[in-house]
Design a binder for this molecule. Structure first.
Ligand code: ZN
Length: 239
């Protein structure tokens, strides 16, 4: 194979390899993101439930204040009962007493309803906090695994960069410029194999003359359709 072509094939392989690392790194980070999102949503549920509990507490306090006011009123009614002057006043007091007692019973029912609600909300917060703790533990473990995987990927990528740099030292500048120009649009498929007489960049069949030139590999051949650099793989590679 033409020396330049051989170098181009190798360079293209390095470049493809290097490009493949970024999605792998992103993939590792994404694993963690799902867990972080779950933890965040549990955290905000906890905050929201705490706010609901605070609201219930303040309602309970208001009911308690109302209750003590009603008790004072009831005491006053009892005192007035002792100095009542006539039937009419007695009836009015009895009505007032009835209403106050009814209100006390309402307030007590409301307080008991609020207490039940608070209790279930507190149990729910506890459940969420357990879940969050578990999630955080998993995040910590996963973080270590993800960090290690990313470190390995970065190491591997640096190795490929170094091999690429060594190769570039031997490169002809014109050939490199030529390659970079195709690479600008063809990305990692600037140098592609020919299989079954077809360019594996644009997948179109190439003519017999071009195919014969590719097989000879004495010079650099571009795909007549798309312009990518073509090469014939060695048998084992094609298989
Ligand atoms: Zn092509």
């Amino acid at each position: 194979m033409n020396k330049y072509l051989e170098q181009l094939v190798q360079l293209s392989k390095y470049d493809s390899k290097i490009s493949a690392y970024e999605p792998q790194i992103e993939n590792e980070k994404a694993k963690l993101a799902v867990f972080l999102q779950t933890a965040e949503s549990i955290s905000s549920s906890i905050d929201a439930t705490h706010a609901e509990i605070d609201d219930l507490k303040s309602k309970r306090t208001k009911n308690n204040i109302h209750l003590s006011e009603l008790k004072v009123k009831l005491d006053e009614i009892t005192k007035k009962n002792n100095v009542v002057q006539n039937e009419k006043e007695l009836k009015a007091l009895q009505l007032e007493e009835e209403i106050a007692k009814e209100q006390i019973s309402f307030a007590n029912e409301e307080i008991s309803r609020l207490d039940d609600l608070m209790q279930s909300k507190e149990a729910y917060v506890k459940e969420l906090e357990d879940k969050l703790a578990q999630e955080k533990e998993e995040i910590n473990d996963l973080q270590v695994a993800v960090d290690n995987a990313i470190e390995d990927l970065n190491k591997d990528r640096n190795n490929v960069y170094q091999e690429r740099a060594v190769l570039l030292e031997q490169f002809d500048n014109k050939i490199l410029t030529f390659y970079e120009k195709i690479r600008r649009w063809a990305k990692d498929k600037a140098v592609v194999p020919v299989r079954k007489q077809a360019c594996y960049g644009c997948y179109m069949k190439i003519n017999d003359k071009a195919y014969a030139d590719v097989i000879k590999a004495e010079e650099i051949v571009n795909c007549p359709h798309c312009g990518r650099i073509l090469y014939k793989e060695v048998e084992s590679e094609e298989a």
